[in-house]
Structure formats: C-alpha cells, structure tokens
Ligand binder design. Sequence first.
Ligand code: B12
Length: 151
Amino acid sequence: MKGEHHCLLATVESDAHMWNLVYLQLWLSEHGLQVKNLGSCTPVQAILQVLAQGQTQLLVISSVNGHGHYQGLALIREVRQHYPHLPCVIGGKLTTSHTQTQAVCQELLAAGFNQVFIEADAIEAFETYLSTLDNVGPTVALGAGTPACRA
Ligand code: B12
C-alpha cells in the first residue's frame, strides 16, 4: 500500500502494552502509510474522534493482553455503526485461550473486522492484505477486502 494513505493505529481500552504499537507504527511507516498512533489503553471515543476527521483509510487495532477479543468486539461494533465500509483489522494476542482461536477469529469477523491476524505469520499475512489495498481511491472507495481469519 503506497502513497498518502492514512492509517489509524490503536489498541483496546484495557491494554497497557506499547511495544506492539511502536513496532507496528514503524512497520506501517516503512510500508508507505502515514500512521497516527493513539498509544496504549485507547478509549473507543478517541478512535471515533480521529475517524470523524475523515482522513483514516485503514484502522489497525493491536492488542496483546488477552482482552482484545471482547474489547475488540465492542470497539468494532461501535465503529461499524458510523463507518460500515472502512477497512478495519485487528491482531496480536487477542485471547488467553489456545484452543478457541478459530472461534475468536470468526466472532471478530462476524462483528465487522475485515481481517484478524493472530498467528505466528501475522505480519506476513498483514503484508499480503496491505497489497490488496494498493492502487485504490479515496477513503470511501477503498475496498475492504474479503473477510478472512489468520488463525
Ligand atoms: C513487556 C510486557 C509487559 C509490560 C508492558 C510494558 C509496556 N509499556 O509495553 C508490562 C509489565 C506493563 C505488562 C503488563 C501486563 N501483561 Co504483559 N507482557 C509483556 C511481554 C513480556 C512483552 C510484550 C512486548 O513488548 N513484546 C514486543 C512486541 C514488539 O511484540 P508483541 O507485543 O508480541 O507484538 C507482535 C505480535 O503480537 C504482532 N502483533 C501485535 N499486534 C498486532 C496487530 C496486527 C494487525 C498484526 C498484523 C500483528 C500484531 O506483531 C508484533 C510484532 O511481531 C509479553 C510476553 C511476550 N514475550 O510477548 C507479556 C504479555 C503480553 N503480557 C501478558 C499479561 C497477561 C500481562 C498482564 C495482564 C499481567 C498482569 N497480570 O498484570 C499485564 C496487562 C497490563 C494491561 N493493562 O494491559 C501476557 C498476555 C497473555 C495473552 N494475551 O495470552 C503476555 C503474553 C505474557 C504471557 N505469556 O502470559 N506486560
């Protein structure tokens, strides 16, 4: 994904981890995106405030504390009420369960995320997804891609 694409990077309200966000900010910048990183413990309202400015073309949620599943669901339901077509992805360590990753993925996709990245190949899979957003027009015209789960 090249050019002046604006990416909003955030986490869920309970998540105090920040190196995941720093990593992703640098990684996304290296891939040509303009990144706004809202930092750890992001309130949903802060995300909505930035989205209301109308520049965001990709919302990336990263969470590793194990609450990304439930708080990610609440977050995307809120976002989808206002932005049904915005490409939104989530990834990291979204649950403490090692046996329910598929179910978690499916639930997050059903709630409105376009992609869920939670396996060891998360970054590679995300890179592939970004390439599907290449050469597209302004925010409202961005294709959101086929919903998919990397678990
Ligand atoms: C450092 C750390 C902390 C620090 C955070 C300091 C800070 N300011 O960031 C402190 C001590 C505060 C902390 C606290 C807690 N932590 Co902690 N912490 C870690 C630790 C050791 C390293 C995290 C880190 O910085 N990694 C470096 C970054 C670059 O890697 P990463 O986070 O894994 O992100 C990568 C991938 O996950 C992926 N990724 C992440 N997000 C996304 C999003 C997308 C879209 C994509 C494609 C990929 C992707 O890409 C990143 C780069 O490869 C991990 C264990 C570990 N080794 O991972 C535990 C860990 C994340 N913590 C854990 C827990 C449980 C907690 C606490 C709940 C502990 C407690 N009981 O208090 C609290 C939670 C606090 C809170 N409110 O969130 C668990 C989470 C369990 C889970 N999810 O199953 C872990 C995994 C430890 C464990 N094995 O149990 N923690």
